[in-house]
Write a new protein. Sequence first.
Length: 195
Amino acid sequence: MKEDVFIYPTDTVWGIGGNIHVDGMATKVNKIKGYDEVKPLSILFCNLDMLSDYFQLELFDKDWLEGLFEKQATLGLPVDSLKMNIPSEAYGGSTFVCVRVLSTPLISELIEKAGGPVFTTSFNEKGEDPILESSAAIKLKNKVCPNAQIIGEGIENLSGHSSTIIVYKGNNQFEVLRPGKKIEEIEKHIALLTT
C-alpha cells in the first residue's frame, strides 16, 4: 500500500487522489485542495471486477454498468451494499458512496502504483476551475503538493466537463445530483433498466 498522493488525467479533468486504505488520505487530499474539513470523495476503480470486490452489484448487468461508466458517470451506491470496509471519509455520513470505473491503461497504472482503489476528485484549488492541461497540472502540483506523483504527463484530450453524478435509490430508480456533459445519454441508459 502506497501513501503517495497521485495527480492524473481522467476522461473529464485532471484528478488528485490516493489509496483509500491509507489512514488520513481523504484529509490529505482535501487539504491540498484548500478545504479544512473532509468532504466526501469518490472512489476510482480500474475495472468492474475490482468494484465488485467492494460492492454487491447483483442488481446491475455488467454490460449496463460498463456502458454507464463509459458515459463519464459517477454512480452513488448504497453504503449497505458494501462488501468490505472502506473509510467513512468516502461517504461522510451519507447513505451512499460515489464510485467511478475507468477501464484505461493509465488508470490501471494508477491503481497499481497506489496499491488499490483511490479516492478521487478534481485537481484544482478551492474555487478554481478544474484543470484540463498537463502543464497546468504540473504547475499546481509543484505549488501545492510537490511530493505527489504525476501519472499521464502530456495527456490533453479531456472533455473539460465534470462527470454526471447519479445515485441509485433502489427499484431501478436514480437521482441526478450533478448533470454533466453526457446527462442525456445517461438518462437514456438508465431507461434501459426499466424496459
